[in-house]
Ligand binder design. Sequence first.
Ligand SMILES: NC(=O)c1ccc[n+]([C@@H]2O[C@H](COP(=O)([O-])OP(=O)(O)OC[C@H]3O[C@@H](n4cnc5c(N)ncnc54)[C@H](O)[C@@H]3O)[C@@H](O)[C@H]2O)c1
Length: 340
Amino acid sequence: MDKIRFGMIGAGAISNAHIPAILKHPDAEIVCLADVNEEAAKAQAEKLEVPRICASYDTLMEMDDVDAVIVGIPTQFHADAVIKAARAGKHAMCEKPMARTLEDCRAMIQAHDDAGTTLAMGFVRRYDQHWGQIRKLIHEGKAGRPCMWRVIVAGSAPQPPNYGTWYADERFSDGTLTESASHDVDFLRYTFGEVETVTAHMQKLGTYGTVLDNCVVIFGFESGDTALLHWSWSLPKGAGSGFRGLDVIGPEGSIHEPRQIDDQWIAEVSRADEVVEQIPFENRRDATTWSQGQLDGFIRAIRGEALPRATGYDGYKAQEIYLAAVQSMESGLRIRLPLE
Ligand SMILES: NC(=O)c1ccc[n+]([C@@H]2O[C@H](COP(=O)([O-])OP(=O)(O)OC[C@H]3O[C@@H](n4cnc5c(N)ncnc54)[C@H](O)[C@@H]3O)[C@@H](O)[C@H]2O)c1
């Protein structure tokens, strides 16, 4: 079968996951890397042995030897690149978050529906064994249902030298809930089903950047499950850098975030304070594992073998949840979905 020939849009941090995945995949080939910063594109192309670069994704769209693109640039530009890809007859995988407005998300989905091309979303946790194990235990009823999911993550905004400044700049980004926590938002939908209500408290707390950098969101699911999500880029005092905590509590017990003991990954289930089960599992936690699975899913979707695990609709729903959180923050009310 012919290889799928890829163009990567964006030579930043996430290209370090996507390009090696393409290079490793037997049915994929990297053809070109596009970045407005030509120096960045050149350096990354040299490091990862990408044969061609260009400074504009418009140029990439004109290349007949590119079948599919991966869009890994600041969120503000996702819609334009994804829609242009469809119009050029190219399949697209869009990094999260999909776009900033529901109008843009709808236009991206429509453009690919009209062109008959595949649109996949980069919600990579759907391919990650660590997260997959938590989801499996929930679905096996280890905690019972309905249950309460709690997650707390405190760290800092993605920023130089590893990332661009745009993450914390409101002209390009909506901040913590979309740029970091959209992974959780999507994973919650993937695990518990559709969200019925959203209640949120969001703030701009830190001195870095201009976006909402601290969010507390409560989700009510149609399934009757509940989730509490606190993700902060701005709790420098009193919060361990990178502190995170996760558990799932239900009528049958609690599932704790998996941890590594020596070389073995373990997920624990407890009842009250007593650990009743220790479940070992394989967890190769490196970006290549999940990026590889995600790329493989995209290729299979392009070939019509299966839907991608995360579709444009999933991107739309995650952004809808963010916009509901904004409505809740502004009104002080619990917001019911769908918004439109
Ligand atoms: N799935 C994940 O875990 C994950 C991790 C990191 C980033 N991301 C997502 O990937 C995307 C890119 O993030 P990043 O961390 O690589 O950003 P980055 O700041 O490291 O790099 C962004 C790159 O895009 C280039 N760029 C900016 N505007 C452009 C344009 N109009 N056309 C072409 N190139 C342009 C910049 O020059 C820069 O090289 C974002 O959507 C981000 O949310 C996802």
